[in-house]
Design a protein around this ligand. Structure first.
Ligand code: C5P
Length: 297
């Protein structure tokens, strides 16, 4: 049997770190949404009990260090499964980019294996298992638009932003999420995103307010490590972006643009400055999840 799952990239409309917890993680508040740029995860039943993994990109581990492999292994252990699987990752989302590419691969592997092995687990149960793999995995199990709190595992489903285009630009150098959080001093943060106002703007479907309220406390830190982040931000505004922000711990910078023609022109203008540039649509509510449901993984 063979199953295919999409693993979309996410962007942060907001990212706030409230304080550093005793376990070393930061207590976060983030509004995240998915965009139409996705890896494809193919899962194939095999006669042996092995987990085999290959990826179209040499930039991700092809062994047990890959988050998709870890997800399959953990699910097997938790559910007492002996069957093996061949995992193939067709990689389209930039790596070490702040777009949750690896977490989304892990989440898609959990969703796909739940079907392949007929486990009948709910998204909530898959998200709970996923939280042991990485902080963004629970969100990626659900996708769509959500407020994530805690380490990232406490989720509240939000309305999807109004239809628009997202231009993504990833500087050559990736950054380590742990390094960026490691350099963050929460008590020294100068500007924080107004998360509750962003949530109101999503409920009102107020595109202008959404573009104005975007904010990420990690942006100044990654900008310091990777000066291309600032340069790309300036260029995107210069080329007509409605709003620009770094996603996650970066270094990918995204622009929201209301029209396709403008998004395509921005991509052409940015190509000279940045090797990886995409214009994609904001993703609509794919899973038709009930609005405003609190989902605690
Ligand atoms: O959970 P994950 O392995 O994706 O996190 C990567 C790193 O990001 C962690 O080791 C930690 O340094 C940092 N992090 C954090 N607070 C969070 C999530 C991640 O400090 N809520």
């Amino acid at each position: 049997m063979f199953i295919s799952e999409k693993a979309p990239a996410k962007i942060n409309l907001t990212l706030d770190a409230l304080y550093k917890r005793a376990d070393g993680y930061h207590e976060l508040e983030m509004v995240m949404t998915s965009v139409d740029l996705a890896d494809r995860i193919d899962l194939l039943s095999i006669p042996s009990s092995a987990i085999l993994l290959e990826s179209s990109s040499g930039l991700v581990p092809q062994d047990e260090k890959n988050l998709a492999y870890m997800a399959a292994n953990l699910l097997r252990k938790k559910m007492g499964i002996r069957r093996g699987v061949a995992i193939r990752i067709d990689k389209k989302v930039p790596v070490a980019a702040g777009l949750a590419g690896g977490s989304s691969d892990a989440a898609a592997t959990l969703r796909g294996l739940n079907r392949l092995w007929g486990l009948g687990l709910s998204l909530r149960e898959l998200a709970e298992i996923g939280s042991e793999i990485g902080s963004d995995v629970p969100y990626c199990v659900y996708g769509n638009t959500a407020l994530a709190k805690g380490r990232g595992e406490r989720l509240q489903v939000l309305p999807t932003p109004p239809a628009c285009w997202v231009v993504l630009a990833k500087p050559t150098q990736g950054v380590s999420t742990a390094d960026v959080f490691g350099a963050l001093k929460v008590d020294k943060v100068k500007r924080r995103p107004k998360t509750s106002q962003m949530i109101d703007a999503l409920y009102r479907q107020d595109y202008g307010a959404i573009t104005r309220l975007m904010g990420n406390v990690l942006e100044p830190i990654t900008m310091h490590m990777e000066p291309d982040v600032r340069k790309l931000k300036e260029k995107m505004y210069q080329f007509g972006a409605d709003g620009v922000l770094m996603s996650g711990s970066g270094p990918t910078v995204f622009a929201l643009v209301d029209r396709e023609s403008r998004a395509k022109r921005m991509v052409n203008s940015l190509k000279g400055f940045c090797p990886q540039v995409f214009a994609v649509r904001m993703l609509g509510n794919l899973n038709k999840t009930k609005q405003n449901v609190i989902v605690q993984a």
